[in-house]
Design a protein around this ligand. Sequence first.
Ligand SMILES: N[C@@H](CCC(=O)N[C@@H](CS)C(=O)NCC(=O)O)C(=O)O
Length: 398
Amino acid sequence: MARIAIIDRADMNAEQARVYDVAKDSGGPVGGPFLAYIRLPKLFEGIHTMRASLASGPLSRREQQIVNLTVARHWGARYPWFAQTRTSLAVGIDQAVIDAINARATPNLPNARERMCFTVARELLADKGLSDATYAAAEKTLGLESLVALVATTGSFSMTCMTANTFAIEAAGCEPDPARVIAQYIQPGRQAMIDCYTWMTDNGYKPRMMLEECALPHKIIPINLREKAQMATEFMKISPGHKIPAIVDHDGPGGASVTLCESGAILKYLAEKSGKFYPRDALARVKVDQWLFYGSATFTTLAQQFGLWTKRSPVKAPPAQEHYEATLRDMLGILDRHLASNEYFGGAYSIADMTMYSDVHLHGVNEIGLADYRNVKRWHDAIEQRPAIQRAWGPFPA
Ligand SMILES: N[C@@H](CCC(=O)N[C@@H](CS)C(=O)NCC(=O)O)C(=O)O
């Protein structure tokens, strides 16, 4: 939390401690924006009561999540977006739906109630009310009680997002926000140093993680893969194989402009540029290279096939599905054995971990589960907590 100090349980007054314990014992949230609400214990308590009543109200878990995602995206609230993305995947919402909301597009929701939840939340936020036509359609599709719950959810979650934004609440720790550090050294009129062409895919997150970790000034340029933006002639001058991610560094070696694609090459380039997350010692460096290449060339490539055959392919092919699930489990076992005696892939946290994280996070956590891979889970959870990683996995900056 950047702007207000966290009050530890031990430092709370009696009323704060009471409401905090009640919330914690009932499994409710006590972190994030609740770190601000605790300043007003009655508000903290009231918000918990409202959350609980909405959670058990007429909207299904999925419907609530669609509203929360839409609200978090509207407010550009990083911590709530991050938290809601995780919960949405856990309740079975497709990554494609999350991607569409992140890209401010209309998600493909076959269920009429879910579609209406998105429409109402978006219209309320954009237009400050509902048109007669939307109101009538919403009442017909959802019923009055659900509509009341939907408006209340939109409003209450907006408060959460505004609180997170106002008090600059990050998901963990109190580290200075690199975004502010960056702002100090971008001179007025000067171009952002690095353009990062990317999309919300496993490879797409890799350079974002490194750029955030190094606090390197950069600009995100979304390349919408669903609209085939990667096939544009201008983009293919930067990435001849029409793939994201790619970068243009306007301040490369000797002041030259450098264009680069391939996530592994980009991570290595940024590591050499910043002098971070890549050991200087030659022996340590070759080990980081080994896992960097394994991550970029083998792990992600094969994990993508798992994603294709188990999630995205409209044609079901059980042998392919079984093959790639077994392959992914085998690879998670390989990672787990290495992490049993190594805190990170190359000893210290490095670009090798950044290349491996995306597919563990997307497929390992959400689809396979990490219960059988305890060392991978320990490693994943430590990285997930890093503020830079949470920023990198948040919505694209508006
Ligand atoms: N080996 C490449 C793979 C990049 C890749 O697979 N990119 C995908 C998205 S994750 C893409 O842009 N696909 C679009 C296409 O191939 O047209 C890397 O590590 O950067």
